[in-house]
Design a binder for this molecule. Sequence first.
Ligand SMILES: Nc1ncnc2c1ncn2[C@@H]1O[C@H](COP(=O)(O)OP(=O)(O)OP(=O)(O)O)[C@@H](O)[C@H]1O
Ligand SMILES: [Mg+2]
Length: 149
Amino acid sequence: MKQTNNEPLISLQRNINGGDFQSAGDISSEIKKILQQTGFPPNFTRRVVIAAYEAEMNVVIHAYRGVFSVDIYPDRVHIVVDDEGPGIPDLELAFQEGYSTAPPHIREMGFGAGYGLSNMKKCSDQLNIETQVGKGTKVIMDFFLKNKA
Ligand SMILES: Nc1ncnc2c1ncn2[C@@H]1O[C@H](COP(=O)(O)OP(=O)(O)OP(=O)(O)O)[C@@H](O)[C@H]1O
Ligand SMILES: [Mg+2]
């Protein structure tokens, strides 16, 4: 079988529903299992899964619905999380650690510390956010497996 780095080993697409705390985190768990089974190093898997979890939770907490897409290549992982939601009016402010618009009932569940976006930035090799107020937010992240054995 032809296998180049331009073809994903695995591609997944999953829907996320805003406010659905029952299923929250399922996509990140699925990605974790796949990366572990595929044999990616634990450190690489850890940073992909942390960033994936934060992006997934941001749709659950802040948006109405979204689509989570992941492409897993032999040497990289590409994630796109595209949501319909309120958008982010001030991205620079949103990236500040400790800044959160999460309401009290969300904070009671342990979310809304305001560290998600900065975690995504730290854990990914490339992060791009396209957002339109009143429409939604698209998060694009890339993770590169360096020092491949
Ligand atoms: N997908 C999104 N749609 C709309 N607003 C968002 C989205 N993601 C983040 N935000 C805004 O950016 C702020 C900061 O996001 P961040 O993930 O850093 O913190 P948080 O989600 O509030 O808390 P934590 O991630 O620590 O649980 C959010 O409070 C929210 O106002
Ligand atoms: Mg968050």
